[in-house]
Unconditional design. Structure first.
Length: 84
């Protein structure tokens, strides 16, 4: 991917995350975009109540990933990263 393409893709992903963010914040959580890899995998960090929540994997897959894939076709998957 070119740098411009990567920047455009990152902007699209950020815009989609901004749409799901209020839902996460309503439950005391949040999501931070860490990176968008060349293969279309988006790396995010769950924060607040979402970090370590037993339902975090479901939130990630059924919520965040579903929205990102529907709004940004270049996204192939979403993975959560931690500071650990």
């Amino acid at each position: 991917m070119t740098e411009q393409t990567t920047t455009d893709l990152r902007s699209k992903v950020q815009a989609a995350l901004d749409q799901v963010r209020p839902l996460l914040q309503a439950d005391g959580g949040d999501v931070e975009l860490v990176d968008v890899k060349d293969d279309g995998v988006v790396l995010v960090k769950l924060q607040g109540a979402c970090h370590g929540c037993p339902m975090a994997s479901m939130t990630l897959q059924m919520g965040i990933e579903r929205v990102l894939k529907s709004q940004v076709p270049e996204v192939t998957g979403v993975e959560s990263v931690t500071d650990d």
